[in-house]
Design a protein around this ligand. Sequence first.
Ligand code: ADP
Length: 535
Amino acid sequence: MQRLAVAESEEQQFILSNLPPSPAQKRLALGIVIGLATALYLVVGPFGGQQLGASYSFVAIYTTAMFVTDLITAILLFAQFSILRSRAILVIASGYLFTALLIVPYVIAFPGALAPGGLAGGLQTTAHLYLIWHCGFPLFIIGYALLKDDESFGLTPQGKIGEEILFSVSMTAAAAGAVTIWCMNGGALLPDIMLDQSRFVPNWLRVVGAPIAFLCIVALVVLWRRRRSILDLFLLVVLCAYLIEIPPHYFPYPARFSTGWYAVRVTSLLSSSIVLVVLLYEITALYGALLAAVLRQRHEREARLMTGDAIAATVAHEVRQPLTAIVTSADAGLRFLDRALPNLDRAKEAFTRIASDGHRAGAIIENIRTNLRPDESNRTNVELNALIREALDLESSDLRKHRTTVQLELHAGLPDVRANQVQLRQVVLNLIVNAVDAMSSSDGPRVLSVKTALHDGNQVLVSVTDSGSGIRSMDGDRVFDPLFTTKSDGMGMGLSICRSIVEAHNGRLWFTPNTPHGVVFQFTLHSSNSAPAPA
Ligand code: ADP
């Protein structure tokens, strides 16, 4: 239940009617209001009184555009309601639907638009419809503002969303129908607004301007006090636009088809599109966010798979060497037993080697996790010279097989290092195995040289030098990358593991070319008396 609530609130964070506006959005809203007012008054100021003559195609185009934008806005808001289930959204969606529906009788009744005297209604019909449309919309906004934070009004239950949308649409259509019938039949009780087909009554400001302005101001105040979301912000902008549009209707005299009248039509088309544009922007932004989230998820999955691959490869790589040794010793042990006169001593040696290699494999597996997370409890004082000898011993059969000469220059009195012994042995073993591999195809002398020395006073330096094929300069940057290998049977994990182990011990691992052939791999570690805390 709690998880559902969290998911719901996360989902609502993406919705315009819940998201708080950013400072940039607030600046944009203010800019729109100032821009609309400036544009309108710049046009109306000097030319307001000019009669431009009736353009019925303009009326048809402007009303059609208003109808389409209001209808689409209503549909998108109904869609938001179906996600958020807040009845306040249902109210504002119905408000947009109401204005869209009133535009239809408005254009039908507009004298000259579809028929010389209007297709239906009388002289006052369009003006009455305009009055109700412009008073109705702020009323819907007041309703929205009052309901939006009212918990007691509650959320629509999930199963009733369709039902409530249908109910609202029907009620809004019924209200618009009733208003239409009322206005088409003379609009009893409504004041006369038109003197003739183009002139408004002289008291237009009182009978039309004042009620619209009053309701817009009330709606502005109510919504301002409860403003919270981006939707609230842009509804405030729409209300401001409604207010700004009032003076140019009657200034300097009230009439249709004046410059002011046309300018107001254009700005009201713009203001009616504001919420639509914001909704569309939000939808596009949501698609963008969704796409980014899907891509992020895919990358994460790939990264997880990569990590999985890497861990699998690490296990395979690290355990292969002791396993190979176990199989070799087991074969040898069996051969010693298979003889007519079994050589029990040699067989015993082979089985002892098997047991110790088995323990080593177990220790390696245990330590793979520690490769990634250093843990002080696994660290002991390690004598590096002894560890190197041990590693060479483990590789002795391979060294013999590849006729490799080993040169040891181990610094006497080398201080211990504080390290994970198993991990450090893996590092030395890896470097030796790589050196042997690199020299295996060389016809010249195969010399493996392992040195230890003091470095920078309190550090220990280990060098593993070979006379092998060397590393091509183009591969230089990649040899430490996981899964990079030039060997047909390589895993490409050895050096990457070595580097992470050495770095986890606050050391450094690098290589330089050897002259005339081969490579020198070197790593440094802090001596145990100077070792910093684990990385
Ligand atoms: P793998 O040994 O499985 O290929 P490593 O990470 O240990 O993985 O090595 C990566 C690559 O680095 C090797 O495939 C090889 O090309 C190169 N490399 C490592 N050590 C040496 C070396 N001593 N001489 C030449 N090339 C080397």
